[in-house]
Design a protein around this ligand. Sequence first.
Ligand code: BG6
Length: 489
Amino acid sequence: MPAISVEATTFALFGALGDLALRKLFPALYQLDRAGLLNGATRLLALSRDGGESEAHLARIDEALRRYVPPHELDERVLDRFRSRLQYLTMDFRRGEDYQALAERVDPGLPLIAYFATPAAVYGDICRHLAAAGLAERTRVVLEKPIGHDLASSRVVNDAVAEHFPESRIYRIDHYLGKETVQNLIALRFANSLFETQWNQHHISHVEITVAETVGIEGRWGYFDQAGQLRDMIQNHLLQLLCLIAMDPPADLTADSIRDEKVKVLKALAPIPPEKLSQRVVRGQYAAGTVGGKAVPGYLEEENSNAESSTETFVALRAEICNWRWSGVPFYLRTGKRMAQKVSQIVIHFKEPPFYIFAPEQRSLISNRLIIRLQPDEGISLQVMTKEQGLDKGMHLRSGPLQLNFSETYKSVRIPDAYERLLLEVMQGNQNLFVRKDEIEYAWKWCDQLIDGWTRLGDVPKPYPAGSWGPVASIALITRDGRSWYGDL
Ligand code: BG6
């Protein structure tokens, strides 16, 4: 039996036949049901504008579960129970009249969770109509990214939602915050005094955050080409990771204490002026190449592409946080599509010891590194220096890991998908893992100045072959500082 009891809710999913809902949200809800974490009285409403037979739409959801839930986790009894909770309703989200049918299906005694898996341009309309239908009172709204494409447009969306819902009932998703190892960053930093005393410019030389993907655009060219990797990944996921690494200890674990600390980091991020852009930021775009032994097309040759596009699919940059803790410590961020390997990791490089007494030729070995692997093979490894074993080795040093591999150490424990945790947190009314309005805005403000700089300079992304680690310039970005990206093969 699960150790927590979760209150009953009506869960209304707007955009229920979209890719995100079918691939991630329904499987996550199913997993919660399987784990006994959906209250027996919880009802699920699948809302979409697709008309026709409800049965056919419900069958699509069923199909998606069979496709995206691993076969050994499909349990026919749970599937039956899940189906019995689920209803389908055709709605035009922009038409007020359609919300009456929704109101009739919502249990007035239970909180309503309204999850918007739709373009952000309709969030305002949905909120307005929910309120007009008398459904705003006990409702928590969940907003998917991207919220806008710059500061101004994100304000329009946030303000439209705020007209009907207080911040305490708005849940902005950044699915990276639901990942198990990202959660662990808080435990690692603030439950171990060992690290916290070293966590500053006196002891850390630099930090790397890499989120590399092997996938390309996956049929999303229309959306992606308007966004690009900076808006799609840096503005949210990578800046959130940077905040969790760089923030000061919060006073407690409440949502606002954590968010206050994250906002301080975002405020302290130094802008990168146009004259420094070429030295400090590299944009790339993948050309044809080979990924995992398979030939793949370049970005400009993808389905529905526009051969003129100068949208970036890769960004590497050197950020600086101007505060007492981090002054002089570069944060190198890097993310791209169609890269050599799927890996998300954070590497904290500690400074060399203040005085060196070992053989000079081994000097380059000497520095501790903390490697936090978010995916795949979730785990944490601390590279420490030891002496090589053997009578003939003298004081010959080697760097080896003190390792915590979550998948091996906790073999029998399943690592939940980020969306399972996030949906559970919404059902529990807990905002810790969601992004506050000011966080989004400071993140946009910082990204906007980069985009403005590129536009002013007429910057064109540098090509890189699919299956590589990005443009050569991204290697130069870090080698200029006498360093290299950790672990590139
Ligand atoms: C999404 C981006 O937010 O995150 C996608 O829009 C990206 O472009 C995805 O592929 C990566 O998520 P994950 O969990 O696979 O690292």
